[in-house]
Design a protein around this ligand. Sequence first.
Ligand SMILES: C[S@@+](CC[C@H](N)C(=O)[O-])C[C@H]1O[C@@H](n2cnc3c(N)ncnc32)[C@H](O)[C@@H]1O
Length: 221
Amino acid sequence: MQRIIHLATNPGDLVLDSFLGSGTTAAVAHKMGRRWIGIELGEHCHTHCIPRLQKLIDGKDPGGITKAFEWRGGGGFRYYRLAPSLLEKDKWDNWVISKDYNPTMLAQAVCKLEGFTYAPSDSHYWQHGHSTERDFLYVTTANLKHAQLQQLSDEVGPERSLLVVCTSFRGSKNGYPNLTVKKIPKAVLNRCEWGHDDYSLRVENLPAAPPPEGQQELFAD
Ligand SMILES: C[S@@+](CC[C@H](N)C(=O)[O-])C[C@H]1O[C@@H](n2cnc3c(N)ncnc32)[C@H](O)[C@@H]1O
C-alpha cells in the first residue's frame, strides 16, 4: 500500500477506499500524511477499522510503516453512519417515505435537504428547524386541511415565516402569506439525484469539522 500511495499521491491528497476491510489503506495513507475516506459495509468497521485507526492516532500502532515513517501518532477522523434511503417505491411504483424512518429521522432528513438546521423547539410543535432566527420548518406526515394551515399561519404571525413540508394538504398553496407549503415526496424528490454518471459532491452541505483542541474559534470571546 505504501508503494501505491507513494506513486499515486502527494502528501495532503485524499485517498479513497470504498471497501475499507480492515482499514489498511486508511492506516497507511494516514501515516504517510495523506487525508483519506474509508467506506465499509460490515460490522468490522466497528470491531476492526475504528479501533485500529484510533490506536494509530494515539501512537500505539507499532506495525506496518510506523518505523520507516517515524510515526508517533496524531491527526483524527470523523465517523458517519449512512442513513437508509428516505424514499422507497410502494407496490404501485409510487415514491413513499421509507418505513425505516421515524418522525425524528424524517424531520432531521427534511431539514438537511431543505438547508435548515434541525433544532426542535420544546414550546412550538411546528418548529423542527430554522434557517434564520425568524424562518422555520415544520415536517409532518399529516394531511393538512385549510383550518390547520390557517391555525399554523396565525401562530406563526406576521414577524416569522414557516416552510411546511407535509404528505398532502387541502387549501390554497399561496393562501397564507407567512407559509410555504410543500408536499413529500415531491419536495424531497426534487433534492435527490439518481442515475447520473457524475455525482458532484455538495461540499457546502457537509457538517463542519469541530476546531482542533486548543484552536481559537474565529469569533470566540
Ligand atoms: C477485501 S476487503 C477490502 C480490503 C481493503 N481495501 C484493504 O486494502 O485492506 C473488501 C471489503 O469490502 C466490503 N464491502 C463489500 N461491499 C461493500 C459495499 N457495497 N460498500 C462498502 N463496503 C463493502 C466488505 O465488507 C469487505 O470488508
